[in-house]
Design a protein around this ligand. Structure first.
Ligand SMILES: [Fe+2]
Length: 481
């Protein structure tokens, strides 16, 4: 089946399609006719502009929405820093200005990250790795979330630092955003752009766990398709944006608004709900996508293409050159392998890009599974120019096996956050989490055997040595003639 068979049915309504203009009203007539900011908005609503890009960004890149709400988002008390002792604090803060992530060249792999039954959404965000600085709007952060309780009632969270790409691995997130409600199930992803306020409820109180890429710069978009043509990979029609949905709660009430700003957490009280947008229209909004709908494309002759063929979403980095991304979200879905005379798993490689991988479910074809291997809810990091590839047993099997058409990855979904930046690891990722597999390299590539055999021991192999006993031409003397 080309879609995921989910255990939980999503009963919410959505608007279909990736990007572009959308509009939604929860009450008929809430959207003004023609004007974006009429002298008086319909139904006594306030209007508010919500900008995801500079006003003057090119038309195709511009992301702005108009919100029609009961009270403006500005109506709140001052923000105060949230103390570390708070049950809502960030457990692994972004390195502050002037400090850096620990960039190290070792290959890293983590055992599955634990659930935290006590933590709600904000407290469950563990920054594992990243690069750059949110105050400069450059770089990205990678988080593990592992939450055991819903966010407290009458609280909301937003990140001013970047766009959250949430990869659900376990448990269902019922997210009320300012734009409407989204249900995010394992094998789905959800993108919540910078600044959007939301509240996370755990469906059926089931703990939830997954991965997040926070993009400090730009926005995710669909990759170009080039010679593939007009369809394929993640099709635009399969992305879903919530419809407008609001709460009326503005009398004798108190809400707490948590904001992540420059890597630190702040809180402010307000006497009305943040979820009071009755209608909205524009090009800046949250969305979700079922990874089971990805149209995988690959070789039907020999060799396998670069893993860029599995890119779901990309965030280009203009300063790094054409076709270069500060973040690519890439998946390795179930697919047929039919290539002949081909080493079918990923090749050994070193990459100028850094690769952070996770596993939502099942097994990944390049690595051993089970305890001590690459497991669901675990992760790996292969940093800039750090060599990696299949482990020894995978190589031995794949280089000698028969090559009939084979379906791989049934019931599996691995993914990669790839970036042109050198990724650093936080203290939490290196030590506090206690999940780093210390013998990852030794187990994976230490046992690789030498299969090389010199075809003829009389032949030299170094440049300048004799071949078949005949002296090589001395080119300089040839030129002297
Ligand atoms: Fe790789």
């Amino acid at each position: 089946m080309p879609v995921t068979q989910f255990a939980v049915t999503d009963t919410y309504e959505y608007l279909n399609g990736f990007g572009g203009f959308k509009e939604s009203e929860a009450v008929e007539g809430a959207l003004p006719l023609a004007a974006n900011s009429p002298q008086k908005c319909p139904l006594g609503l306030y209007n508010e502009k919500f900008s995801g890009t500079a006003f003057t960004a090119p038309r195709n890149d511009n992301q702005q929405s108009w919100l029609y709400r009961i009270l403006p988002s500005a109506a709140h008390q001052n923000f105060e820093p949230v103390p570390e002792s708070s049950s809502e604090s960030l457990t692994s803060v972004t390195p502050s200005f002037g400090k850096h992530f620990n960039a190290i060249p070792n290959q890293l792999r983590w055992d599955p990250f634990d659930f935290d039954k006590e933590a709600s959404w904000i407290h469950s965000l563990h920054l594992v790795a990243g690069a750059g600085d949110p105050t400069m709007k450059q770089g990205l952060g990678i988080y593990i979330y592992a939450t055991g309780t819903s966010m407290p009632e009458k609280t909301a969270f937003y990140s001013a630092d970047g766009e959250f790409l949430i990869v659900a691995q376990h448990g269902v997130l019922d997210i009320r955003t300012e734009f409407g409600k989204i249900l995010v199930r394992p094998n789905e992803i959800c993108v919540i752009p910078r600044g959007i306020r939301y509240h996370v409820t755990l469906h059926d109180n089931e703990p939830a766990r997954g991965y997040i890429l926070e993009l400090y710069q730009g926005h995710f978009r669909l990759p170009e398709l080039g010679p593939i043509g007009s369809n394929g990979l993640a099709n635009a029609r399969d992305f879903q944006t919530p419809v407008a949905d609001f709460i009326e709660d503005y009398e004798n009430t108190e809400w707490t608004l948590y904001g992540k700003f420059g890597g630190n957490l702040f809180a402010a009280k307000q006497s009305h709900t943040p979820f009071d947008i009755v209608a909205w229209q524009g090009t800046f909004y949250p969305y979700k996508y079922d990874l089971g709908r990805f149209n995988a494309i690959g070789s039907i002759s020999f060799d396998h293409p670069d893993p860029s063929i599995f890119t779901v979403l990309t965030a280009p980095s203009i300063p790094h050159g054409d076709g270069t991304a500060v973040a690519d979200f890439v998946i390795f879905p179930p697919r047929w392998l039919v290539a002949e005379n081909t080493f079918r798993p990923p090749w050994y490689h070193r990459n100028t890009m850094s690769e952070f991988m996770g596993l939502i479910m099942g097994n990944y074809d390049a690595k051993g599974a089970g305890k001590g291997g690459f497991q669901p809810a675990g992760a790996s990091l292969h940093n800039t120019m750090s060599g990696h590839g299949p482990d020894m047993p995978t190589y031995e099997k794949a280089s000698t096996m028969d090559l009939p058409p084979t379906k791989i990855g049934e019931g599996s979904m691995a993914f990669m956050f790839e970036t042109c930046l050198m990724l650093g690891v936080t203290e939490w990722g290196l030590k506090t989490c206690q999940k780093v597999q210390e013998t990852y390299n030794a187990h994976s590539w230490g046992p690789l055997k030498v299969h090389f055999k010199r075809p003829d021991s009389s032949r030299g192999v170094s440049n300048g040595e004799k071949k078949n006993g005949v002296a090589q031409k001395d080119l300089s003397s040839v030129h002297d003639l």
